[in-house]
Design a protein around this ligand. Structure first.
Ligand code: KG4
Ligand code: ZN
Length: 358
């Protein structure tokens, strides 16, 4: 295979990312600017602020990645950029910048679907993963189970009816005021919940009921548990006379209860998905792999639960390293490479109307 280089740009949410990868999956250079701490101060992502920060940083991030790779944009074969899904204001910055690079250096533009990129990153991390494979994507914006059949072909088996698990963790960590504890102040909601849960004394003190147990599909739902969790918080608030900035008493056990019920739910739905795929022979016996990716895949407790399900059902589980599970430029560059070498979905930079429509 001829050596090729793809530059990837990611701005779908609150991370400005850029990376250059080659066709063997080597990362030549990468850069990432996270807006996490700024959004934490506002109590959540405010889209126009996120957009301003992307605009301020994109030039530096791209140049930093090119510099680390010791190349210029002339040396790359194409520019890949996230075009959906995500915050429209944030996406616009990356798309405009990607197209600007394509025009300036006369390179093809490869539009990338953010969730497909999360799924395909696993193939860069482990080239033995071949299509078709099962993939669970769990992040702050998404929760879906799919079969990746090809670079550009995904069979959706189930998705969340309401919130995404990372979103629940982020909101509940905020509600518990965990950021007022120095040790937790810089963590994402999911990381904060994981740390608190690891220090619990009784994960069953606050009962949270597993959802959709009777639903014979592979969809997900987290809103019910979120409401139960908030109800427990209110009870704690009533029980204790709290100062306005006080962390909710019993938060370790509360977090453990939440993490447990979310894990049970994810395991249950994945088990159903694997059983369905077996029944319908959707994945050949020698390819039975579950890829788990997206920010929430960084959670070791959830991963252990899913590993147990996989072990029982003779599936191999693959989880990219945390740095590749959360949003980054590498996954976009790699997805660009997967499309580039199979000649799928590469467009001219001037076809911008086409891209925005899709
Ligand atoms: O994939 P990602 O970087 O961005 C989205 O596309 O959403 O995922 C970010 C999400 C956040 O909601 C964050 O709380 C969650 O991933 N997350 C975790 C952990 N680390 C990050 N959730 C649970 N456990 C973790 N260790
Ligand atoms: Zn993501």
């Amino acid at each position: 295979e001829k050596r090729s280089l793809i530059l990837g740009i990611e701005t779908s949410c609150d991370d400005t990312g850029c990376a250059i990868v080659d066709n063997e999956g080597n990362i030549l250079g990468e850069a990432l600017n996270s807006q996490h701490l700024i959004h934490l101060r506002h109590g959540g992502i405010i889209p126009p602020i996120a957009q301003d920060l992307h605009r301020e940083n994109i030039d530096n991030v791209v140049n930093e990645a090119l510099k680390a790779a010791n190349i210029t944009c002339n040396d790359v074969d194409a520019v890949a950029t996230t075009v959906k899904p995500g915050l429209p204001l944030s996406l616009t910055i990356g798309m405009k910048y990607g197209k600007y690079l394509c025009k300036t250096y006369n390179k093809p533009f490869i539009p990338i679907h953010h969730m497909e990129a999360h799924a395909l990153t696993a193939r860069m991390h482990d080239p033995n993963i071949q299509f078709p494979f099962l993939v669970l994507l769990i992040s702050g914006g998404h929760c879906l189970l799919a079969i990746a059949q090809d670079v550009d072909k995904f069979l959706l088996m189930g998705q969340s009816h309401d919130d995404a698990p990372g979103e629940v963790f982020d909101k509940m960590a905020r509600r518990l005021l965990l950021k007022n504890i120095p040790e937790y102040s810089k963590l994402s909601g999911g990381q904060a919940i994981e740390l608190a849960a690891s220090r619990a004394t009784d994960a069953l003190e606050f009962h949270l009921t597993p959802t959709l147990l009777k639903y014979r599909d592979c969809n997900f739902s987290f809103a019910g548990n979120k409401n139960q969790f908030q109800h427990h918080i209110k009870k704690q608030e009533r029980k204790f006379d709290l100062a306005p900035d006080a962390v909710i008493p019993g938060f370790h056990n509360l977090c453990a209860g939440l993490l447990l019920v979310v894990t049970r739910h994810l395991c249950h739905r994945v088990q159903r998905g694997i059983e369905y795929a077996k029944l319908k022979k959707l994945i050949p016996v020698d390819r039975q792999t579950l890829v788990v990716s997206g920010g929430v895949a960084c959670n070791n407790f959830i991963a252990r639960g899913l590993e147990m399900v996989c072990e029982e059902l003779n599936y191999r589980m693959v989880r990219p390293p945390p740095k590749l599970c959360t949003d980054n430029g590498v996954m976009i560059a790699w997805n660009g490479m997967e499309r580039w070498r199979t000649n799928k979905g590469i467009v001219n930079a001037l076809d911008s109307i086409e891209i925005q429509k899709s």
